[in-house]
Design a protein around this ligand. Sequence first.
Ligand SMILES: O=P(O)(O)OC[C@H]1O[C@H](O[C@H]2O[C@H](CO)[C@@H](O)[C@H](O)[C@H]2O)[C@H](O)[C@@H](O)[C@@H]1O
Length: 957
Amino acid sequence: MSSLDGHRILIATLFLPNTVNLSPHATPILTPVSHGASDALNKAAPVSVKKPAVAPLRSIVEDLTVKSKGITPTVTPDLEAPNPFAPPPYSLAPPLIAPISHIATIKNAARVSSPSRVPGSIGNVFSDSPLLSAGFHSDTPHVTHPSLRGSHGYGSDGAILQMPPPAVASPATPLVRRSSRTSNSRSASLRRSNSALSNNDGRNSAIAPWAIQNSVHGNVGLHKAVASVEHELDSKLWIGVLDLPTDDFSEEMRRDVHTKLGQNENFPVWVKDEDFVGCYDVFCHQVLWPSLHYAVPDAPKTKVFYESSSFEQYKTVNQKFANAIVSVYREGDIVWVNDYHLCLVPQLVRQKLPNATIGFFMHVAWPSSEIFRCLAVRKQLLYGLLGADLIGFQTHNFARHFRQTCSRILSLETLPKGIQLENSFVDVAVFPMGIDVADLTVKRSNPEVEEWANSLKQRYEGRKLIVGRDKLDGVHGVRHKIIAFEEFLEKYPEFQGKAVLIQVALATTEQNELQAYITDVVSRVNSRFGSLTYLPVVLLHTTDITFPIDESTRGMALRTHEYVECQEKTKRPLILSEFTGSYSYSGFRQCIAINPWDYKNTADAIFQALTMNDEEATSRWQDLHSHVITQTAQAFVTSFLTRCVRVHAEHLQRSATSIPPLSISTLQPRYVAAKKRLILLDFESTLWTEDPRITYHQGEVGNQVWVLSGLPVLGGLEKLASAVPGLGLVAENGCFIKEPQADEWVSMVSKLNFSWRPLCVEILGYFTERTPGSFVEERGASVVWRFPGWRDGPEKQWALRQAAEAQNHIWDSLGERFGLRIIPGTTSFLVLPKNVSRSTAVGVILRHEGAPTSLASASAADPHIPVPHPLRNPRAIHVARSTPGQSVTSTTPPTAGEFQIILTLSGDEHLIRRLNRLEGSETCSTSGKGSDAKWRLESSDALASLKHFVSHSSACQ
Ligand SMILES: O=P(O)(O)OC[C@H]1O[C@H](O[C@H]2O[C@H](CO)[C@@H](O)[C@H](O)[C@H]2O)[C@H](O)[C@@H](O)[C@@H]1O
């Protein structure tokens, strides 16, 4: 039985997997999105596989020109409405040489559906290539340009889907999609396409003929991943928009679409076309997408304009999604929100459904906080995400950047596990996306693939092929790739006339394409090295090696996973940008990694790939393949959803309101019966303002009372030790321990490397100089930075900002290297060794309990636990540092020892969780926040309650 049993999954993603074909001739046909070769689509009309026409020395481009003749575009560019955001009229064709001008032709050609997907037909040359589709793609739609998307034939299930029924796609029934990448073409297509639905007064009551079909928009990788675990999910519902303009849909039409898509587990969200354009074309693509990929829009005025106006539309669309989720939500559902288009949805849903299980997965990259902070709406986006129980990222780096962004911009406490908010906790974790290998294997076995492979082999016989397939925008580095290829031809002239770079450029918004800026380099390379029979750069497809280069980080780059699988026979190498999500996994270390900004190194990588001997290529491929078949789509979906359920249960249990107040009457009998009791008190949340001697008076026969503090030995704790010698004391969050009645303090950190301290103090010196009223406090084993933050105003704002910067700086330069931990407070933060805590100190105390020896030898048998070191003179603690590199992590859980009851009053969650595992342990949170503790208590009532406890117990005895 899986933990997902009984849960329905509500999957919110911008585009639904299914959409509407508004062709006047279309007959409504339900084509469920399902998995594998046996789905409904694959059972549709058989495909007649026609051998591709092979003309060895004729260029593909030439073929395309011929094939595209006579195809009428559904949208005539000059009818398009002006886009207020668009740059001056944009056309790829005039300045370009042949290949690019053919792209333009292809765009037009693709606006009309072609009935056939067999090789040789040309509705859309990209999508007509099964080789390309099978081998190089899964996570992006095969055709992303609005006009290209007019082509039918691809389901979201991928390229080898067999023909959709003729009613869905035929030359006579042009498809109309949401041409969302460019507002202008979308408006034009809207007017035309929806004429079937409207009469003179706009909407009418007609239900136009329409058919369901798989959408080629959106995150096809996600659609496929969910389909791959369909049998494991009880039920699910996709929530998203249709990929075509819908303003003109009549109410009846909407109802009809709702009902029929509903049968296919799709729930349409109705968004005004104008809002959609502002949200998607402008805010998502012009502002968020580049920023998340390290390319902050470079024209500040434009950015501000885009951001402020289009963000309103982004909010509107997010609100519509949240409303839709709330309207269908049933208790027990798991709400799974996907990707950067919907960052505000978790918080909006949380406001309406405080107890819902909400997970958010970010499919794209998350940049350094330095980049993210450039966004004017940074806080709104972050708080929007923090409404989730769980936020997932593709890689550890993205997750780390996100945590740092929250700490820097929102001044929130971040832990490796997630983000602590005032009253809740948000888990942050990593779930690498993968592909459905089994499904791809089935698709690859389609004879059509073989046909195409052979065709291409013949066409390029004797030549070395390099294949790239990228979105044509400023982020994906197509320009870099072409320049590197030029460098390669120059440096290795023996490959001139022999090596061909086939670059499939997936179109995106006009604005983004302009930023890709490739026309000059393509013409330069082709005119420098080309001839009548040799075109070095072709903007299309094929085999040998793939070459996915990102100018910046990419979420995962799943097409490289597919490429690897498609190399099962040939096993040729993969060149991969070190900035892709995929490369961050060690399983991809056997690719040829490049820095795409380094053209020379990339040129050498191409040479290495083309000349690599088969033995090495095979051995590298085997490693890549093992990784791809392990990090699968199935593992991604199930681990993300399972974790959602788990963390939600934890969060519910921890929520402050669900923890019962400490009940003395319930615990009293056990307290009285116990012969040995351990009482652990957080100094900061219990004794801070009290006369410390009170703790001693609470101690009665059989009691051992320990006070745990973050304070140093010298000062308050030293005084407490001499005033109440019977107390056990823990100083500096576990770094030093003093047993009851003992004279000496014991260091738990004597074996640690403290060379980070001067470096840390130096960094803090810089921030101290800039922050009036701040100062550094060096303790025995930790360093504290205190800053003025009591009164609201610019000083506090500045100090908080500096504190966040300082933490990030320390974390980046020292944190991982030295294994440090940073504990933020409201007017200070503390830096200390990561493996020492109040919890590890209590572990040592419990182990020591009953042992005849001193604390110093209590843990000697366990090499993993802190090594106590006796300090005869507490004032000598400062020098008690020695051998570097000693681990102090305890792997052996402590037992309750001889204590029959352990009563803990603390705000330290780590300690509480650890003690919860012990028999006889009663944990009580004094933090006032969500907690895993069994009980809760106001910190101001803590001592009074304890006293009450003790006096009751005395009365009973
Ligand atoms: O272009 P958009 O509609 O704005 O969406 C962005 C891209 O999202 C999806 O790709 C992302 O998710 C993939 C799977 O997790 C990941 O491999 C990829 O690196 C991410 O960029 C979608 O598959 C793309 O088509 C979209 O362009």
